[in-house]
Ligand binder design. Structure first.
Ligand code: GLN
Length: 253
């Protein structure tokens, strides 16, 4: 049994759309493989210690909550960068995703600093982009997978030239409603607008993150292979969500 150490950033502030469900999924999927997830909250004023966690998680939030944590996140920036450079993995959703870029200008023109871990910038537009989303991702060469989720954001995120998106939008808006791409990925760090929660209906992504985290924990170059799970309900949830995205697409609000 290996203990996978998760640092959950600002669970009291960035937690809309039951993003905490993502942690529950990681916990169960780790347990089904005989591993334990140890989740530590990293709130305001609490230091990030590089090497102390294998996976960082930051959820979504409204502009108001983002404003409350943005300055504090800056104080953690160097430690988070060092942790990621040493191979820790990270999943950032929506409001958390925006703050991993260089900055976010909110709906009321509030300028929030980001920590520059991902090569992107975000500016809120007039209308929110809301709806089910379906992406095609290829995190490992030759392994194409679909990712289904729900988006609700005013922010338009632009990746820098050469920035690697998480996936190609098959249905929905994605980063900015124009580019045809969603999210961003740099090594083991993933940012995305997909809420939902995301991981219950996309077990393969949960396993990818767990494998990266285990690789960090065990100090192996290649992440270990996880024993496959039946995932019947998970596949059904994925299909329901994917079908909704295909039929409705996104809508502005
Ligand atoms: N406040 C951000 C936006 O509207 C993020 C929203 C969210 O996390 N759902 O773009």
């Amino acid at each position: 049994m290996t203990t996978i150490r998760v640092g959950h950033l600002y669970p009291d502030y960035l937690n809309i759309y039951a993003d905490r469900g993502n942690i529950a999924v990681l916990t169960r999927r780790a347990a089904w493989r005989g591993h334990e997830l140890e989740v530590t909250s990293l709130g305001l004023g609490e230091a990030v210690v590089p090497g102390a966690h294998d996976l960082y998680y930051v959820g979504g939030g409204q502009d108001r909550e983002q404003l409350l944590v943005a300055e504090d996140l800056l104080t953690k920036a160097d430690a988070l960068r060092a942790a990621v450079d040493q191979g820790a993995a990270m999943l950032a959703v929506c409001g958390g995703y925006q703050l991993l870029g260089r900055g976010y200008r909110g709906f009321h023109c509030e300028d929030m600093p980001g920590i520059g871990l991902l090569p992107l910038e975000t500016v809120a537009g007039e209308r929110r982009m809301i709806g089910d989303v379906l992406l095609e991702c290829e995190l490992e060469p030759g392994q194409r997978r679909t990712l289904a989720g729900f988006e609700n954001h005013a922010g338009r995120t632009r990746l820098d030239p050469g920035g690697e998106p998480l996936g190609r939008v098959l249905a929905g808006f994605g980063n900015d409603g124009e580019s045809g791409f969603e999210g961003c990925r740099t090594g083991r760090v993933i940012g995305t607008y997909l809420h939902g929660p995301l991981l219950p209906r996309n077990g393969w992504l949960a396993d990818w993150l767990l494998a990266q985290a285990l690789g960090h924990r065990l100090g192996t170059e290649d992440p270990p292979l996880l024993e496959p799970l039946a995932d019947e309900l998970e596949h059904r949830a994925h299909e329901v969500s994917a079908a909704r995205a295909r039929s409705r697409g996104g809508r502005y609000d």
